[in-house]
Design a protein. Structure first.
Length: 448
């Protein structure tokens, strides 16, 4: 029996996903390192949760949202359990909090892929990556300020300046039901002007209508009752404290009364960072808010929470648009060349120079320098070409005459100058000239 030919795209990354290759991947490294360093300075530890969870974990995200209703990758495993690829990062972190009961406040950050079956286009992918942070166990408005400034300062540290921070309060179990009733009544009176989707869900989830991009819905909701006018005293003072805190640390923000976000678990403070350098359909760089009831709704103890997610792909597109965070040029401290050539000395299959290249390279790398070589028995000329392309600061030539004198030749690739250095001094010589401690921190500590 003949097996069927694979479809023509079988060996391409699936629609809506992408490979990240060098040198572009160096920007990812820089971005993640900057976020990790900043999160550490704010007292957050790394959390890692599985790429898939039982579907129930995402139900409270919730049922009325596109993310869960239409876009979630659900499947049944071989044991018959319903699972879902993580569409967002908050519910899994709350699940882990409930499962492990760490001492609150639990402050964590993450980097993870997220899966949503969206209509793939630039800036909107079926697998995207988020840098996020979550804090569980405290409802202090000072924490809202901390979380927002963690995200805001990270974006600024990349060099981004054309983005705005919008904040809103969605109230709580006290004040939101009354508001939802008022909103429902208003939408009922304007039902004929709403799109089909909003007509179908305004009774069960009227807040989603405020998030609808349909022009008819936008026109109707512009005149809709606003949640900020319905906040109870506690929510009002919480929101005022958040604004005062942001003012105190100089984080510019604007109040956006219609900002409801695309997930159902939010209470009180919500926020979003929108880039002015991007198309309005994909300009959300990140967002988040409080979810004070989520842990309880997932069967855990009452534990307020707040966090955010920042889309890495979006941030990189914004960096391109603002011409910041370019891919760093490839860098090596040293490139070691077998200057005797592929056949080596004395019929030894590796050749004495080849062995010396291997030994020297290992010493350089193990003592903290970045170093490389060519492989595959290339000619001296071919090796030198690879060295040129590598961006190495120095090329170390292991030649026959130098070896006989117990030395190697070192060429400065900027000036073209060449000097002879004793073999037993060359590692120290390169350390002195390359100053690797300074180089290493350039990208890793981008966020200071
Ligand atoms: P979200 O707004 O759905 O929130 O996603 C956060 C960010 O991820 C968005 O602002 C956007 O930058 C990026 N993003 C979302 N979907 C896509 C996509 N299809 N393609 C590319 N980028 C995308 C959350 O996921 C919440 N868990 C955030 C949060 C954490 N709230 C509280 N804690």
């Amino acid at each position: 029996m003949q097996s069927e030919a694979p479809p023509p795209d079988a060996y391409r990354a699936p629609v809506g996903t992408h490979d990240v290759l060098p040198p572009e991947s160096a920007r990812w490294e820089a971005l993640v390192a900057a976020f990790a360093a900043r999160a550490r300075r704010f007292g957050y530890g790394l959390v890692m949760t599985p790429a898939y969870e039982h579907v129930e974990v995402f139900q409270r995200v919730g049922e009325g949202t596109d993310v869960v209703r239409k876009e979630m990758y659900e499947f049944e495993d071989k044991g018959g359990r319903r699972l879902a690829l993580r569409p967002e990062g908050t519910a899994p972190v709350v699940r882990a909090y409930i499962q492990h009961r760490p001492t609150p406040p639990w402050k964590v950050w993450y980097l993870s892929p997220h899966f949503r079956h969206e209509k793939a286009q630039k800036g909107r992918y079926r697998q995207h990556h988020q840098l996020g942070a979550e804090v569980l166990g405290v409802d202090d408005p000072a924490l809202d300020v901390e979380v927002i400034s963690l995200a805001q300062g990270f974006l600024s540290s990349l060099g981004l300046s054309r983005f705005r921070l919008a904040i809103n309060s969605l109230g709580d179990g006290q004040c939101r039901p009354g508001y939802l009733e008022a909103l429902r009544a208003y939408l009922r009176a304007h039902e004929s002007e709403l799109c089909a989707d909003s007509r179908a869900r305004y009774e069960t989830n009227p807040l989603r209508v405020l998030d609808c991009k349909d022009p008819g819905c936008v026109a109707v909701t512009e005149r809709a009752p606003q949640l900020l006018e319905h906040l109870c005293a506690d929510c009002k003072s919480h929101f005022e404290a958040v604004q005062a805190g942001l003012d105190a640390i100089g984080v510019a923000h604007e109040i956006a009364p219609r900002l409801v976000r695309g997930l159902d678990y939010y209470t009180r403070t919500t926020f979003e960072f929108a880039s002015e350098a991007l198309d309005s359909a994909q300009n959300a760089l990140g967002g988040g808010g409080r979810y004070d009831r989520l842990a309880e709704e997932m069967g855990g103890p009452p534990s307020p929470g707040i966090g955010f997610g920042i889309g890495i792909e979006r941030v990189l597109i914004a960096c391109d648009a603002e011409a910041v965070l370019p891919a760093p040029a490839p860098h090596l401290d040293a490139f070691v060349v077998d200057a005797v050539g592929p056949t080596g000395v004395g019929g030894d299959p590796l050749g004495a120079a080849g062995v010396e290249v291997t030994a020297l390279l290992a010493e350089l790398r193990e003592t903290g320098l970045s170093a490389d070589r060519a492989y595959g028995g290339r000619s001296v000329r071919a090796q030198t070409k690879v060295a040129d392309r590598s961006g190495a600061r120095y090329v170390v030539l292991v030649g026959r005459a130098e070896m006989e004198r117990g030395a190697v030749a070192v060429r400065d690739m900027d000036s073209g100058e060449q000097v002879e250095v004793p073999r037993n001094r060359v590692v120290a010589w390169l350390h002195e000239h390359c100053n690797p401690s300074l180089r290493d921190t350039t990208h890793r500590e981008l966020g200071r």
